[in-house]
Design a protein around this ligand. Structure first.
Ligand SMILES: *[C@@H]1O[C@H](CO)[C@@H](O)[C@H](O)[C@H]1NC(C)=O
Ligand SMILES: *[C@@H]1O[C@H](CO)[C@@H](O)[C@H](O)[C@H]1NC(C)=O
Ligand SMILES: *[C@@H]1O[C@H](CO)[C@@H](O)[C@H](O)[C@H]1NC(C)=O
Ligand SMILES: *[C@@H]1O[C@H](CO)[C@@H](O)[C@H](O)[C@H]1NC(C)=O
Length: 293
């Protein structure tokens, strides 16, 4: 009797599991078909699409993973990786991702400390900007246009943001708000070689203790943070439904008062919150709706 009920249960489980697997496989197929249907040239887009079936899928995925914690076999993997050669292919990926409920992760150098540019808990596609690395320098206007796939090794135009030339730019002119008045930007960083979850926990817990230890000596109200040293410990969006109040806890660390202006921009350009991740700026409509007005 007991055995029968257990096997009945596992049968139901297998049924549920395999039907959701079939649905997601179908969704992947539909997504790929959408890419080829909506691109100007289906031959050329097929040359920049990698699914787990392509032998170069793993090498491409791993090529710019800089944090080995996200290289493990149980790290969620993208359904598809696209390495666009042309802007129109980026539009196609966005269109099809919206239609087929895929998240988009945009990867440039792959250095995001929390792996946000190539990991997502929801089904996702990586838009890998590796082919967009042109650097144009205009000496007359003293400006440089650097495409996002460029890496620092290629650009070597590393800015030291506090004070200096950056201080001539108003902190409200660009999202990045930190200027002179901060003595140093501290990067809390730990490397280890031992493998396994236990070693990872031990080292991460050590760096968390160091971070707490520093609290009396660093900026306060809020304790500021640098978005390029991303840190989920300062807070994350929950399924994109995070309230403005919750998001401002970490948003003001990264953006100070610019956070509220970024929320306004977000509400204008992406009210449905399609482009989102664990630390994206939430639009205002979501929390209004939640409050019921
Ligand atoms: C489509 O792309 C392929 C491969 O890049 C190219 O050989 C072909 O000429 C393109 N076709 C058109 C109509 O542009
Ligand atoms: C990956 O495989 C698909 C067929 O499964 C093929 O259409 C596509 O061109 C391959 N991608 C690359 C980059 O070779
Ligand atoms: C991958 O290959 C399997 C069998 O070779 C096939 O059934 C499946 O449709 C392929 N998936 C994609 C996304 O090309
Ligand atoms: C978040 O919002 C979506 C869409 O409005 C909804 O389907 C989902 O249940 C919400 N999740 C939570 C945790 O409230």
């Amino acid at each position: 009797m007991k055995t029968r009920s257990i096997s009945g249960l596992s049968f139901v489980f297998v049924l549920l599991f395999s039907s959701s697997w079939a649905a997601s496989a179908q969704n992947h197929e539909d997504f790929l078909q959408c890419l080829s249907l909506h691109s100007q040239n289906s031959t050329s887009i097929s040359q920049v699409i990698y699914t787990p079936n392509n032998s170069s899928y793993l090498p491409i995925l791993q090529f710019s993973i800089q944090n080995l914690r996200f290289m493990s076999s149980d790290t969620p993997k993208p359904t598809v990786i696209v390495t666009p050669l042309h802007e129109s292919q980026i539009l196609t990926v966005i269109k099809c991702s919206r239609t087929h409920g895929m998240q988009i992760r945009v990867r440039s150098g792959g250095h995001d400390y929390e792996g946000l540019s190539y990991v997502s808990e929801l089904p996702f596609v990586i838009l890998d900007m590796i082919n967009f690395k042109s650097i144009t320098v205009d000496t007359e206007t003293s400006t440089a246009w650097v495409q996002s796939g460029s890496t620092v090794e290629a650009a070597e135009m590393i800015l030291s943001p506090y004070g200096g030339k950056m201080d001539e730019i108003s902190e409200y002119a660009i999202p990045f708000p930190h200027r002179a008045g901060n003595l140093y930007k501290i990067q809390h960083l730990v490397y280890w070689e031992e493998e396994g979850e236990m070693a990872a926990e031990r080292h991460i817990s050590w760096i968390r203790r160091l971070y707490s230890y520093m609290a009396p000596y660093v900026s306060k109200f809020p304790r500021a943070a640098y978005i390029n040293y991303r840190d989920f410990d300062v807070g994350v969006n929950k399924q994109g439904n995070t309230s403005h109040a919750q998001a401002s806890i970490w948003g003001t660390k990264y953006f100070k008062n610019n956070f509220n202006r970024l929320v306004k921009v977000k509400t204008m350009v992406d009210p449905g919150n399609f482009f989102r991740n664990e630390q994206s700026i939430p639009p205002i409509s979501l929390w209004r709706k939640k409050k019921g007005d």
